[in-house]
Design a protein around this ligand. Structure first.
Ligand code: ADP
Ligand code: MG
Length: 705
């Protein structure tokens, strides 16, 4: 078969990973570099020079002409500035391809044009990118040719982190240190390193590019700002896991090949709940790599969709009334010798180390629910969280029958003496093999669910970088571990101290456990009684970053300074205000220039019809035309009024102080005015002649890809 894909052969071929390094670096250099990667040793310029040269030669063989420091500023997407490898021409006009250790280690992009939340004034432009050797360099292929991408951290001249990677790496150091303390207390002398493992399931929509180009709202904001529901939605559940259509399949195939070449372990693909919605999940990897690879994946999705005449929508809610897209962040802690600290084993009640880890995570999630909520907050995600399709905005933890039972035993009697067993499944058909069920069912309404040997944080939005939630998770669990290790290291009777600590934590934090229906109104009431925060919007979530508690936490573990946290809060407020401002202005533009003219045309046609029919036959019944004329004229007037109101309140926003005041104004006033404009427009769409409607409908977009 000519188009057979040899996955083993192509996997990782565009990555300067371990095998390329081993093959191309002198043994001693390779060894030194591994020390840097594995143990965080310092990198010397001599080693960097050798690595840079080998990396360049490898990249040239792959056809690269340029290199770039690839980084993740606070915009949430990646940034790159390309430099070609050429040197200045010599006396004969000949150029050489060069790349030094210095160029590998350090770059100097202008920091003033990236969000810094007040950390940098425009005139203080200097910023640095620094090589992160724990995430391998790779070749990106696009219309610009092949470019060697070097993952880097991005900071200001004064050393503050201006990106998503730096705090993530810091948080990984923190959890490593604290988790090792726990392992040592339980007698583990062999593991050298603990790393958070992350697997992020990515949801996305694909729509036809020609139709997309007729929707200014999609072009400017990534989501539809108007749109009536088609006759059919997702109620038949016929898209979820349905047969993948040919056009989508061809996209998925190209995407997989590209990702495999880049060393991304694309594993699972399927149709999602909403029409035109799909999902891709990789095999989990070390947190830092997983974050980078998720960015690579999102970027590849967009590029490859384009090659197939489609556009990939990563917005959390491209279509109102249809399920939106999320991203599940699966998280566990793995030692360098392969132990998963979140593995309960067959009899969790006897596994004291696991129970301690579990109750530590309960404490962390309970104590810092507001930070976790904030880490999932985005403008787009405000349309999902708490909207009965995604987890509620209330953070709670699902443990499942088995662990919930164990925790209950601990709380009630101070001891857990049994674990519910996984049962055998009998399907009642002799030819179908019997198999063991999982010890626990699933709960898709829970934001933070234990799923066998990992936690799945399910609140994230589809477009988000997975860095922030992992920074929070790593740090809050590091804090819990640190507290536990402090207690246990000074205990006279270790066994007894462990026992007491597990009981104490389980009891104190059992309010965070909820195994029921997270979509129900009863849960909202119950959560309130329990004192769990219910933070409904991004703007309401941002203050969590800068509470005294949060500053103390992040400073203690050297993940963020106070200034960095304050700047991030500012960046978030600004991101919110800017996004809503763009949405409001796009609505004003579309309603004024496309929708109102279309509706006027419709009324003119109807009026002409009334007159023409009447003059041809005075007795003819024109009540249909005149009723429609009245209805459309009424909605037209409503639209115009709502449009003017939106225009006024949007303009008013510039008088509000930048930051919390402006963001709050956009949330409380502008988004309401946007809804008020949308309502009559969506009604118009239902009755205006389709040929006159100025853009493709929801039905056209999601059923005809
Ligand atoms: P589920 O069906 O529970 O969602 P999957 O096996 O489909 O589980 O995995 C979902 C994601 O979780 C995948 O990206 C997978 O690689 C990842 N994952 C599996 N085990 C772990 C683990 N121990 N730690 C982190 N992620 C994991
Ligand atoms: Mg899952």
């Amino acid at each position: 078969m000519s188009d057979a894909i040899n996955v083993e052969k192509i996997f990782g071929e565009d990555v300067f990973g371990d095998s390329a390094m081993k093959e191309r670096l002198p043994k001693n250099v390779y060894k030194e570099l591994r020390k840097v990667i594995d143990e965080g040793a310092e990198l010397s310029l001599v080693v960097a020079d050798v690595v840079a040269n080998a990396m360049k030669n490898w990249a040239l063989e792959k056809g690269a002409t340029h290199y770039t420091h690839w980084f993740q500023p606070l915009t949430g997407v990646t940034a790159e500035k390309h430099d070609s490898f050429i040197s200045a021409p010599d006396a004969n006009g000949k150029v050489l391809m060069e790349f030094s250790g210095k160029e590998l280690i350090k770059g100097e992009p202008d920091a003033s044009s990236f969000p810094s939340g007040g950390l940098r004034a425009t005139f203080e432009a200097r910023g640095y990118t620094a090589w992160d050797c724990t995430s391998p360099a790779f070749i990106k292929r696009s219309s610009t040719g092949a470019t060697l991408c070097i993952p880097t951290a991005f900071c200001s001249y004064t050393g503050e982190a201006l990106d998503k990677k730096t705090p993530l790496l810091r948080s990984m150091q923190a959890i490593n240190t604290q988790a090792l303390r726990i392992l040592r207390l339980f007698g583990n002398t062999t593991s050298k390193k603990v790393t958070p493992s992350v697997g992020s399931e990515q949801e996305y929509f694909l729509v036809d590019r020609d139709k997309y180009l007729k929707r200014k709202d999609l072009i400017f904001t990534g989501r539809t700002l108007f749109g009536a529901m088609p006759p059919k939605g997702q109620e038949l559940d016929d898209h979820y896991f349905g047969i993948i259509r040919e056009r989508i399949g061809a996209f998925m195939k190209d995407l997989n090949v590209e990702l495999w070449k880049l060393g991304v372990t694309a594993k699972t693909q399927h149709n999602e709940v909403a029409p035109a919605q799909h999902e891709l999940a990789p095999i989990y990897a070390e947190a830092n790599l997983a974050v980078d690879q998720n960015q690579i994946t999102m970027e590849a999705m967009k590029r490859i969709a384009n090659n197939h005449g489609m556009v990939c929508l990563l917005h959390e809610k491209p279509f109102e009334g249809v399920n939106g897209s999320g991203k599940h962040n699966n998280w566990s802690l793995t030692t360098d010798d392969g132990i998963n600290m979140l593995d309960p084993g067959k009899t969790p009640h006897e596994n004291k180390q696991f129970l301690l880890v579990l109750t530590a995570i309960m404490a962390a999630v309970d104590d810092h629910a507001d930070l976790l909520r904030e880490s999932a907050a985005s403008v787009g995600n405000d349309h999902r969280l708490g909207a009965n399709e995604a987890p509620p905005a209330i953070i709670s933890m699902f443990l499942g029958d088995q662990l919930e039972d164990v925790v209950e035993q601990l709380v009630v009697s101070g001891d857990a003496t049994s674990s519910k067993k996984a049962e055998k499944m009998h399907m009642g058909v002799s030819t179908i093999p019997n198999f063991k069920k999982d010890a626990t069912d699933r709960n898709r309404t829970s934001p933070f669910a234990f799923t066998g040997n990992k936690f799945e944080f399910r609140s994230l939005g589809s477009s988000a970088s997975v860095a922030s939630p992992n920074v929070v998770l790593n740090t809050i669990v590091a804090e819990s571990f640190s507290y536990i290790a402090d207690e246990l290291e000074k205990a006279d009777d270790f066994e007894l101290a462990v026992h007491d600590l597990i009981k104490k934590l389980a009891t104190k934090h059992s309010r965070i456990i909820f195994n029921g229906d997270g979509y129900s109104d009863e849960w909202v009431e119950e959560a309130k009684r329990r004192g769990l925060p219910n933070i409904k919007t991004m703007v309401d979530a941002i203050p969590a970053l800068t509470t005294d508690k949060s500053i103390a936490l992040f400073e203690k573990f050297h993940v963020f300074t106070r200034a960095e946290l304050e700047s991030r809060a500012e960046v978030q407020y600004e991101a919110y205000s800017k996004a809503i401002n763009i949405e409001a202005r796009a609505m004003i533009d579309i309603a004024g220039k496309q929708i109102i003219p279309a509706a006027i045309k419709a009324t003119t046609q109807l009026a002409n019809s009334v007159n023409t029919v009447k003059s041809a036959c005075a007795d003819a019944d024109v009540s249909t035309q005149s009723d429609l004329l009245l209805e459309i004229s009424g909605l037209l007037a409503d639209t115009r009024k709502a449009l003017e109101h939106l225009r006024v309140v949007t303009e008013e926003a510039s008088n509000k102080n930048v930051g919390v005041e402006r963001a709050t104004y956009f949330k409380d006033v502008v988004t309401v005015a946007m809804t008020d404009l949308r309502t009559p427009v969506d009604k118009l769409e239902m009755i205006v002649d389709k040929d006159l409607w100025p853009m493709p409908s929801y039905g056209d977009l999601i059923f005809e890809v």
